[in-house]
Design a protein around this ligand. Structure first.
Ligand code: PLP
Length: 473
């Protein structure tokens, strides 16, 4: 047992000694003195804990302290800290719109417009001709009109915000009628009944889980009704004996009884004659333009799902209804910043220019399995050469973000086995790389899906595997 000079506690440096160490001091300018002190405290505490648990003796500690060892330990704490936060990642998870990985990556030209807006002054809320104040999303409204045929549109932070704003502006203090089949939870934190409550709207449920008729909506109308609403059940599907209310019938009922109508569409599918059709591939989603055509006052959808734009929520529809949203104080709290607006404008302009198929998310969703086969083959050979077992096999990707439940996109995936690690350990090691690589684990193998690779990702992916090749743990 430890005693005398063998007592590891005696060798344990104090926090001040760590900070004074010649190998540690150079780290101070990188992270700041105060932060470095907290890292030093953490290191000393962790080592003390190891000693207490009997996992570290005097010899072991001596080895750690030798030859700039303190500096190395501290540097690794600094590096681990740096690696936290928002960083580029390589997505080979097979989920295109992966909420954990930031959903849709934007087009490089869109990113350039966002960067310019971020680092410069920009014409945001001022008219260039008169110099007077105007509205920041007039241009978005105009572009959305051209794209989906709405009278007006506005953009807010995300689609949850768009739905919240719509409910609040059109029905706060009143009742909103929703089908029992559409009281869904999306992405864990968007629950229709809870959003309604947050908007100060009393929910009136009608119909049954599987069937709701327009008569159910009509029967629920009272002097207190402010809104008739439809919600796309996005991430789940009711099959069998089902019927949902026809949005055009709901819109007609709303007009006849002078009650506002809204449709939360979720995924934001846009089709144009200049682009490859996407709707069928993602399970027959309703197009935004069709939803607008139904005559519903407000249609809401996400910017970063099928639209392939930055994160945003878009509200489109009738001029008067959109004006009510704009007047609502909640709009001021939910509105987009200049960077997002610049990205949205640039994305909508690309679509209008007939270049929608260039948007990365759309391109990934549209990619045919055959076009991905050469990439999968190339990756498999490169991984084999690095000493992994790798082969291309038929697989499936998913659109993701609840944008198309039960829809799978056929294509090759590379099945990778590391002779030195379990699949779970390999996947974790890949996530620890720089940039981190996110792959799926299935049947004791790591699956690398080439569908979601962006330019430059293939090199980063292979570099990550190369660093792990031939090393264990
Ligand atoms: C995804 C989705 C939302 C939430 O949208 P965010 O942009 O993630 O806030 C709301 N409603 C529906 C129907 C959705 O599909």
């Amino acid at each position: 047992m430890a005693s005398g000079t063998d007592n590891p506690y005696r060798l344990l440096p104090s926090v001040d000694e760590v900070l004074r160490d010649a190998s540690v001091a150079p780290l101070a300018p990188e992270v700041g003195r105060a932060v470095l002190r907290t890292f030093a405290q953490r290191l000393v505490e962790a080592w003390r804990e190891e000693i207490r648990a009997g996992d570290l003796d005097a010899q072991g500690l001596e080895a750690r302290l030798a030859g700039g060892g303190l500096g190395e330990s501290m540097r690794s704490l600094v590096q681990r800290d740096r690696a936290r936060g928002i960083r580029r990642a390589v997505n080979v998870s097979g989920v295109v719109l992966n909420t954990g990985l930031g959903r849709a990556p934007v087009h490089p030209e869109v990113a350039a417009r966002m960067e310019e807006a971020a680092r410069s002054f920009c014409v945001l809320e001022v008219d260039r001709v008169s110099g007077e104040r105007n509205r920041r999303d007039d241009r978005i409204s105009e572009l959305l009109g051209r794209l989906v045929g709405c009278e007006a549109g506005i953009a807010v932070n995300n689609n949850a915000g768009a739905a919240l704003l719509t409910m609040h502006a059109l029905a706060t203090g009143q009742e909103a009628v929703v089908s029992r089949g559409e009281l869904v939870e999306i992405g864990g934190s968007f629950r229709v009944p809870e959003v309604m409550a947050a908007a100060g709207v009393r929910l009136v449920e009608v119909g049954a889980t599987n069937r709701t008729r327009i008569e159910d909506y009509e029967a629920a109308l009272t002097a207190e009704t402010g809104l008739l609403m439809k919600v796309h059940p996005s991430n789940f599907r009711v099959v069998g004996f089902t019927s949902e209310v026809d949005p055009a019938a709901m819109a007609e009922l709303g007009r006849r009884r002078e009650v506002a109508t809204a449709w939360d569409l979720g995924s934001g599918l846009i089709e144009l004659p200049t682009m490859s059709p996407l709707g069928e591939r993602v399970g027959g989603e309703t197009e935004v333009a069709q939803a607008v055509d139904s005559g519903v006052d407000v249609v809401t959808f996400s910017g970063d799902k099928l639209l392939g734009a930055p994160q945003a929520g878009l509200c489109v529809g009738r001029r008067e209804a959109i004006a009510r949203l704009r007047r609502d104080p909640m709009y001021r709290a939910l509105r987009c910043d200049k960077v997002t607006l610049a990205g949205l404008e640039a994305t909508l302009e690309l679509l209008l220019a007939g270049r929608g198929d260039e948007l990365p998310a759309r391109r990934m969703l549209l990619a045919e399995g055959e076009s991905l086969e050469p990439v999968a083959q190339r990756l498999a050979s490169a991984l084999e050469a690095l000493g992994f077992e790798a082969c291309s096999e038929p697989g499936q990707s998913q659109p993701g973000s609840g944008s198309a439940p039960g829809v799978f996109l056929a294509g090759p995936v590379v099945r990778v086995v590391d002779p030195a690690r379990s699949a779970g350990t390999l996947a974790a090691a890949l996530r620890a790389m720089d940039p981190p690589v996110f792959a799926r684990v299935h049947d004791d193998a790591v699956r690398v899906d080439p569908r979601t690779l962006l330019p430059g990702d293939e090199e980063a992916l292979l570099a990550a595997f190369a660093r792990l090749a031939g090393s264990a743990g």
